[in-house]
Design a protein around this ligand. Structure first.
Ligand code: NAD
Ligand code: TYD
Length: 343
């Protein structure tokens, strides 16, 4: 099998490439990535010399390049991770989210139609379902929950999902969609909650918690997301949506305090800052369909996964220090200077 993984120099895509090369030694993997601020070639260092792996630098919105690549490679599977993925950035500048997340998906599906593939898998998010209230712990997102988006990021992902479903119905493109909850683990870019808090706590810097820190996310270890996508690719039914999540709901404050405790750092590092606009309160996935139809079970509990993740950031300081010493410094200043001390 020849597998195209887009966005494979990012957090989840890179973990998925390692998973596929490890679990399916006969498969060939081509990673296409534009290497935006979020893509990091050093993440893929360990597979660069693998004869089953090829890296191509390119943009999923570049029709000519995509056409050429599909013609040349004759892919069996396309797994689309490439996206702008950070909600706060989408609030600052929505345009590139619409371009990459929607139009990029269209370009990939057009090439998939032209050259024929066995499966186009769209990596989506639980954020397309909007949010749930904090006082209704009985409510969960199922695959039937209506799309109801809050941020330009989630709206762009939801738009892409609708387009993927339209290509299935209209053009019979063999598609699947997965909607996963928040991931954490190795190679997570330190602009997202968990790696941001680990890296800042290690440097004894303040930890910016939005609002009161009450918002709840449903955390899943990235390896469990990869095994679910692998199962969906091989056993999932065409045209279907699969929810992925491991019933690991935590408030942001609980997550931040756990990190501080594990690192032996004081809670006085926590700084409450101005809330995100349109901030979703709670995400919670019901993964029953994926479990029942595909036999998927998450294997890493949050208490173990967070320890492994912290250890990874301790053991791989150079990886994240290189990131936060560059342009990211300006990003942090720009994004957080208006929030300071203002709940
Ligand atoms: P990420 O930001 O870490 O990585 C995105 C990758 O895509 C980067 O390597 C970047 O260079 C690349 N990219 C961006 N624009 C591109 C373009 N136009 N052409 C080619 N490559 C491009 O993101 P992530 O957290 O790994 O998320 C991957 C996917 O999973 C996204 O589609 C996201 O919506 C989805 N998802 C993420 C989470 C999460 O918790 N991180 C949860 C559910 C779903
Ligand atoms: P994030 O990692 O950006 O993921 P998402 O918004 O896609 O769920 O944020 C996770 C939660 O953490 C979210 O409720 C916002 C909050 N948050 C903070 O409190 N402070 C921060 O500096 C960041 C980046 C996020």
């Amino acid at each position: 099998m020849n597998v195209l993984v887009t966005g494979g120099a990012g957090f989840i895509g890179s973990n998925f490439i390692f998973h596929i090369l490890d679990q399916h030694p006969n498969y060939r993997v081509v990673c296409l990535d534009a290497l935006t601020y979020a893509g990091n070639l050093s993440t893929l260092e360990s597979v660069m010399d693998n004869s089953k792996f090829r890296f191509v630098k390119g943009d999923i919105t570049d029709r000519e390049l995509i056409d050429q690549l599909f013609k040349e490679e004759k892919f069996d599977f396309v797994v689309n991770f490439a996206a702008e993925s950070h909600v706060d950035r989408s609030i600052e500048d929505p345009g590139v989210f619409l371009k990459t997340n929607i139009l990029g998906t269209q370009v990939l599906m057009d090439a998939s139609r032209t050259y024929g593939i066995k499966r186009f898998h769209q990596v989506s998010t639980d954020e397309v379902y909007g949010d749930l209230p904090l006082d209704r712990p009985d409510l969960f997102f199922t695959e039937e929950t209506p799309i109801h988006t809050s941020s330009p990021y989630s709206a762009s992902k939801a738009s892409a999902d609708l387009l993927v479903q339209a290509y299935h119905r209209t053009f019979k493109l063999p598609v699947t969609i997965s909607r996963c909850s928040n991931n954490y683990g190795p190679y997570h870019f330190p602009e997202k909650l968990i790696p941001l808090m680990i890296s800042r706590a290690l440097n004894d810097e303040s930890l910016p918690v939005y609002g009161k820190g009450e918002n709840v996310r449903d955390w899943l270890y990235v390896g469990d997301h990869c095994t679910a996508i692998d199962l969906i690719l091989h056993k999932g039914k065409e045209g279907e949506v699969y929810n992925i999540g491991g019933h690991n709901e935590k408030s942001n404050l609980e997550v931040v305090k756990t990190i501080l405790r594990e690192l032996g750092k004081p809670e006085s590092l926590i700084t409450y800052v101005k809330d995100r606009v349109g901030h979703d309160m709670r995400y919670a996935i019901n993964p029953t369909k994926t479990r029942r139809e595909l036999g998927w079970e998450p294997t890493t509990l949050f208490d173990d996964g967070i320890k492994q993740t912290i250890k990874w950031y301790l053991d791989n300081r150079t990886w994240w220090e290189n990131i936060i010493s560059g342009d990211y410094k300006d990003y942090y200043k720009k994004m957080y200077e208006d929030r300071q001390g203002d709940e």
